[in-house]
Design a protein around this ligand. Structure first.
Ligand code: XMP
Length: 492
């Protein structure tokens, strides 16, 4: 056999702080750098950013926020399948143009005006289509119609008060057409009807304006926000339910996807769902070779995460820049997108991951302190924090999902062998401002390299190796910071 001492002839593996992007000739202004990318074979994003599938990071609030900014939130899986389906539908309906029939508040012609007034106030709407028992649209009633009836005619029927010349549109109406109708007729809502004049939905001015606010949003072909969902490698039932509920990308969520049982199960899931399937996590060329023939995307990261203890607990892992590069060497030629997951503290780390071959990056701790993350703000010693915990921490494993670490669920709490910690992270305010800093920093990196698009940047960028002295030089030094920068904290 080979002498043991041969094992010590080890290849060097590098991570974020070991490298910097070599500055190059450029005519690219950072603001002009195009950061759109692919997260999986068929799903495109406008920013190359994903929020982690963790129970202190991504539920529907975060996923809606991420997609509105052009990225993708990946729902965690410490919830029941029913809760997951509800969360997906919440995301899919968040910015919808046409509110579906079941969600439209309607009035009947025989109801009293005061009754409808109370009903609309309770539902938080300012108008309602009036329909008969067959759901045929007879008119529309709004606060303006009701006002003259208040007090003197409250018991009059809606039929008296409603506007009966109602402007409707067909099911294939576009946002532009609906808006034109609203301007032409000075109305704020347009009932959507089928060929028999039956109510099938409603378009509101408020809904259209909300969509306009998020021009860069990542949407599906129907205009709904994109949604990612994590599922356990052996949970095909959850994967199929997510697929049927409209998830765009299903993430096979495992700490070690190079386990061959995981690969068999992931392959079966990929064959049985219509959504794209991203498989992870992996960290080596050999693992990539196993998954690229059936996966629509691969996710890289064995132990780089801020709350991970995988490397110290198991003694196994791969420094993240090398891991991404090895996987990208295999996935790139097969045209399978690569996602770098974990360990990103600064925007500079994110763009280094792209230079190493990633098409997009996934972050947990970066977003856990934002308003959009689940959980409340806590104050300790006068400073605000939010909870952030590893999905392999005892607390998170007790809430389900321990199979991410391929372990059976123990009977006793002390029998868990965690691979993550439970922590607090500084409260950061809105997700949009965090993303602004993150994406803006990545665009600066593209400017220094002189690449206008992510694919060009991946091809053109080069690394230089940084010594310990070089790392120290790269952070603020020999000064006392007096005003905190929005994108740099010495304690991070
Ligand atoms: P960051 O550094 O962005 O990392 O906070 C988020 C990623 O870390 C992974 N993750 C874990 N890894 N033990 C681990 O070894 C854990 O308990 C754990 N929880 C999350 C995951 O890939 C996530 O996206």
């Amino acid at each position: 056999r080979e002498p043991f001492s041969e094992k010590l002839r080890v290849p060097e593996s590098l991570t974020f702080d070991d490298v910097l992007l070599r500055p190059m000739e450029s005519r690219v202004e950072p603001d002009d750098a195009d950061v759109s990318t692919r997260v999986s074979t068929n799903v495109e994003l406008n920013i190359p950013i994903l929020s982690a599938a963790m129970d202190t990071v991504t539920e529907s609030g975060m996923a809606i926020g991420m997609a509105r900014e052009g990225g993708l939130g990946v729902l965690h899986r410490n919830m029941t399948i029913e809760q997951m389906v509800d969360e997906i539908s919440h995301i899919k309906r968040a910015d919808e143009l046409v509110i579906p029939r079941d969600d439209v508040v309607t009035a009947s012609p025989e109801q009293t005006v005061s009754d409808v007034d109370a009903m609309m106030e309770h539902a938080g709407v300012s108008g309602a289509p009036v329909v008969d028992d067959e759901d045929t649209v007879l008119g529309i009633i709004s606060g303006t119609d009701i006002r003259p009836y208040l007090e003197v005619g409250e018991t009059d029927a809606v039929r008296e008060a409603m506007t009966d010349e109602v402007i409707t549109a067909g099911e294939d109406v576009t946002a532009r057409e609906a808006l034109e109708l609203m301007y032409d007729y000075k109305i704020e809502r347009v009932p959507i009807v089928d060929a028999e004049d039956h109510l099938v939905g409603l378009v509101t001015m408020q809904g259209i304006l909300q969509r306009r606010e998020h021009e860069n949003a990542a949407r599906d072909d129907d205009g709904a926000l994109l949604c990612g969902v994590a599922v356990g490698p052996f949970d095909e039932e959850r994967a199929v339910a997510a697929d049927e509920a409209g998830a765009d990308v299903i993430f096979i969520d495992c700490a070690h996807a190079h386990n061959l049982n995981v690969i068999d199960a992931a392959r079966a899931i990929a064959e049985n769902v219509a959504a794209d399937v991203v498989v992870g996590n992996i960290g080596t060329r050999e693992a990539a070779e196993e998954v690229v023939d059936f996966a629509d995307g691969v996710k890289v990261g064995i132990g780089p995460g801020s709350i991970c203890t995988t490397r110290v607990v198991s003694g196994s892992g791969m420094p993240q820049i090398s891991a991404v590069a090895e996987v990208a060497d295999v996935a790139g030629p097969q045209d399978v997108p690569v996602i770098a997951d974990g360990g990103i503290r600064y925007s500079g780390d994110a763009i280094k991951a792209v230079a190493a071959g990633a098409d997009a990056v996934m972050l947990g701790s970066f977003f856990a302190g934002t308003d959009e993350a689940p959980g409340r703000v806590i104050t300790m010693n006068g400073k605000k924090y939010k909870q952030y915990r590893g999905m392999g921490s005892v607390g998170a494993m007790k809430s389900g999902g321990g199979d991410r670490y391929l372990k059976d669920e123990p009977d006793e709490e002390e029998d868990y062998v965690p691979e993550g910690v439970e922590a607090a992270t500084p409260y950061k305010g809105s997700l949009a401002s965090e993303l602004h800093q993150l994406v803006g920093g990545m665009q600066s990196g593209m400017g220094y390299v002189g690449a206008e698009t992510i694919p060009h940047f991946k091809e053109k960028s080069k690394f230089v190796r940084v010594s310990a002295a070089g790392q120290t030089e790269g952070h603020p030094h020999d000064v006392m910071i007096t005003d905190e920068a929005p994108n740099y904290s010495p304690n991070e």
